[in-house]
Design a protein. Structure first.
Length: 277
């Protein structure tokens, strides 16, 4: 164990399978050692391991979801052991210490990395000793949008949802109560002074481009009055003028990357329901 080092990878596609921790002692070190146990997916908590022994799973099908780490002997009198987990969906959780559970259980989230610090009791903690253990799935923008989409019907096989606060556009296929995602894109919706209209609308006219002052917008799809899905802003010579998305920026329309605006133009039929909230 290297002081403060990160074990594993901060990548939601990977998962720690096992860990082996050590303490580097010298002749002046207090007596004691480090102990740790891991919660392995589908099998639960392992027994306590001591410095230099492995804890976790030997199978690539199972991985670590949570850990507990503690000190023994005089080490526990003079030091605190702090550790935190990098977890799928949540990212870095808060700092656990001295045998507390860090990570998640019961929600099948991968634990990709750990960070561990040995801190003298007369020194400041590395961070707040809160939010280090989760037992509920994180509610994401995509979860919220999908749940909301289930309430709506459409006269076509498609449904478009626009979340103005999250600056997201969701494309769904299916039918009421049975919608599934096709895409979830970042968008640039209306800024505070010119907000995107909220409500339930339908896809109407479409077009290749229109000009607004010095800007040109491609592949537009109307859903209400002058409110459109269209590309980010280009100059009239075809060069990019303003390609930003993921923020409240427009005069009320919903700007998308040009390939996404074209996808709606090409694939979403007239009459498709559009929900803006």
């Amino acid at each position: 164990m290297v002081q403060g080092a990160t074990i594993g990878m901060t990548d939601s596609s990977v998962q720690l399978q096992n860990i082996t921790l050590n303490l580097k002692n010298n002749t002046n070190s207090p007596s004691g050692t480090i102990q740790y146990t891991t919660h392995v997916s589908k099998t639960g908590w392992t027994g306590w391991s001591t410095a230099g022994t492995s804890s976790g799973s030997d199978s690539s099908s199972y991985g670590i979801e949570a850990v507990k780490i503690q000190l023994t002997g005089d080490l526990a009198k003079y030091y605190d052991i702090y550790y935190r987990a990098y977890v799928e969906e949540y990212g870095w959780l808060g700092w656990a210490k001295n045998g507390q559970t860090a990570g998640t259980t019961g929600i099948s989230y991968r634990l990709g990395a750990l960070q561990i610090l040995l801190v003298s009791k007369d020194c400041a903690a590395p961070g707040a000793n809160t939010g280090y253990y989760m037992t509920q799935k994180k509610v994401t923008v995509s979860d919220t949008m999908h749940a909301k989409a289930m309430q709506y019907s459409s006269s076509t096989q498609y449904l478009i949802m626009v979340d103005r606060d999250a600056h997201k556009v969701g494309i769904f296929t299916g039918s009421k109560g049975q919608w599934t995602y096709v895409y979830l894109w970042d968008c640039a919706n209306g800024k505070a002074s010119t907000p995107t209209v909220g409500g339930v609308f339908t896809v109407k006219s479409k077009g290749y481009y229109f000009d607004s002052g010095s800007s040109r917008c491609y592949w537009y799809t109307q859903f209400y009055g002058n409110y459109l899905f269209h590309s980010v802003l280009y100059n009239k010579n075809g060069t990019l003028q303003d390609g930003r998305v993921g923020m409240a920026l427009s005069h009320g329309c919903v700007r998308l990357l040009i390939e996404n605006a074209k996808w709606i133009y090409d694939n979403v039929p007239y009459g498709t329901t559009v929900v803006v909230y």
